[in-house]
Ligand binder design. Sequence first.
Ligand code: ZN
Length: 259
Amino acid sequence: MSEIEFLGALGVELLRHGELRSEHPDHELFQTSTVHALLAGAFDGDVTLAEILEHGDLGLGTLNGLDGELIVLDGQAWKAELDCTLVRADASSKTPYAVVVAFSPGEPVALTGPFAEADLEAHLGERVSKATRPTAIRIDGRFAQVHVRSVPRQKPPYRPLAEVIAQQQVSVLRDVSGTMIGFCFPDALDGIEMVGSHLHFLTDDRTRGGHVLSYTLLEAIAQLDGATALHVELPEAVAVPRHGSPLDQAALHRLESDR
Ligand SMILES: [Zn+2]
């Protein structure tokens, strides 16, 4: 099976910026670039947030220069600064990596804690654990604590993501209400995605947020949307992803964790 056939079997379509369409059917994920490219330091993309928002109303990512953590919720784009302060993101800014979906969830799932991030998939059950396609996730609720991080804006020449994440700043939000947004990606998307759960958080009062490292959930409502397709826009500098040369996901998750 060729790379393209393999990706096609997963419902993945690759396209370049000139091929972007502004349609956004429900359940279809739209993404710019790949985790593989981001790891290698490809921190400048060619898609604006305005274009991202044409393709979905819920998602996550970062901004060019790795300038903070991007959070898209209810069609609004927010940026978590290095100290995890939240600001509205400028629609004209570009992103080197973002994933969004026109969120169209099924029946809500009540979650009763307390439990930590390692137990989320067990609480969501087969809706995500057996999934062979990506699942978009929205969790609104109360948390005893959420550890979030953001990263400092970089200047070219860019260093690999691992070196930049060593400079991450972690904020601990205690006794907080808010929303976690993100995706659970199946192993088959290794190279394109950080497989497993990838969540960003923002508080109900929209003052704080960031990339989620860990949390203790008390009580929440989860909404899930199983994706039927993944459209990946590749900036000119980013090559077609190859399977068979998987990322070191264990190392990636160590990077992504504060434990
Ligand atoms: Zn993130």
